[in-house]
Ligand binder design. Sequence first.
Ligand SMILES: [Zn+2]
Length: 317
Amino acid sequence: MPSPRYFLRHFVPFTGYPYTGAPSACNLCGSHESVTVAETDRRLKTLRSIACAECGLIRTDPMPTPAELAEYYATAYRADYQLAFAGGPPRAHLNRSAREATFRAGLLAPKLVPGARVLDFGCGSGEFLAAARARGCEAIGVEPGRDYAAYARKQHGVEVLDDAEDGRFPAGHFDVISTHHVLEHLRDPADVMERLARWLKPDGVLYAAVPNMAATGKPPHERFHFAHVHGFVRDTLDLTARRAGMVPDTAYWREDTTVVYRKTDAPVGRIAAPGLAQRLSEELKPMPAGAYLASGAWIWPMVRRNAKAVRDTFVSK
Ligand SMILES: [Zn+2]
């Protein structure tokens, strides 16, 4: 059981998180050079984010250790994002997840044919697996969040693994792999992307979606979040796929950092994005707190967030 103090330290603004972490090399290109892009996160707590000077991938610095992340997920994350979990995932989450799964299944429809093998890596409460199975696919999920995994098994009757090491599936096994808002939570997203690519058939497709750190319409600090130890933009998501031997499949609609990739034999080349880190440090430059309050820029996100919560709670799927 974490101490109340550990718990509180996650919520008091203008203080740091209760973790020590360790400096890390860029998981995408291996470089140690970086540019600082933020010192604060969305709840105005102290949290340093850096962009790799070589490839532009954003990461938390120092990087939380696996044990520190596990402790965070077991305590503060749950209280914060899965409040009222006792009776299963909150209705707001399920409604949102069902809408998203319908969209994802529609996008991948040409590949979701009877008999196709589908993996949802980070399947949450299992709505996409259920949608794939409804189309006749053999669908399996991986989900480390125990409550979500249990819910997916019980509610949708789908097979969900707690984790999947490299040897868990043979190379070239799946027709479709999807990973929705998962990579930003991982300490080793580029390595995981390579593992997913290995499990994919030569003509398979990989759907990957992450938040875009450079998306417009959000005050910069709102993009940073302790649970997101990596931050992507279009270029770095594509580079992560490129390192794993994949390129965007132009047969599929792409929205920003929601992309369907296919395999390619073209040589990988240098993993770099000259100038990207500098550009991100400019784009993500925080507004001083006083100016931010005075600008009123916080009003619209607050209204929108509340409206979304109301909609997710009362509009059933
Ligand atoms: Zn890098």
